[in-house]
Design a protein around this ligand. Structure first.
Ligand code: HEC
Length: 92
């Protein structure tokens, strides 16, 4: 891991500390997908971090990070349930 990645990981683990048990509706498909795809670079984010209308653009930015890191985009069949889940439990 490069120094900058370590620094980023350390910063993000403070900002995004969620584990599966902390997520709303933890046994749902959305929570499982979020844990799978969204905790590879930082802790899984809390849906309450954003209002529903903001989540699609946040996820789009994360797709770009995945491309930058050579991980490839999350497939459409998985990214849609993730966005639905985030919106359903978003900050009101
Ligand atoms: C390839 C690595 C990577 C993956 C995978 C990833 N993220 Fe991120 N995430 C980042 C980086 C880097 C930042 C800090 C820079 C930024 O905000 O764009 C970040 C920051 C965040 C933030 C805090 C900033 C904000 O706008 O609130 C949230 C929330 C977030 N990510 C959500 C997600 C979600 C949801 C997923 C899964 C769909 C995800 N991340 C997957 C790299 C990643």
């Amino acid at each position: 891991m490069k120094r900058i990645d370590l620094l980023l990981a350390a910063t993000l683990s403070v900002a995004l500390p969620a584990g599966a048990a902390d997520l709303p509706d933890p046994h749902s498909q959305g929570a499982a997908l979020l844990m799978g795809y969204c905790s590879q670079c930082h802790g899984a984010p809390q849906p309450s971090a954003h209002v529903a209308s903001e989540w699609p653009q946040v996820v789009a930015r994360m797709q770009n990070w995945r491309i930058t890191k050579g991980m490839g985009e999350i497939p459409k069949k998985d990214v849609e349930p993730i966005i639905d889940y985030l919106k359903r439990h978003a900050r009101p």
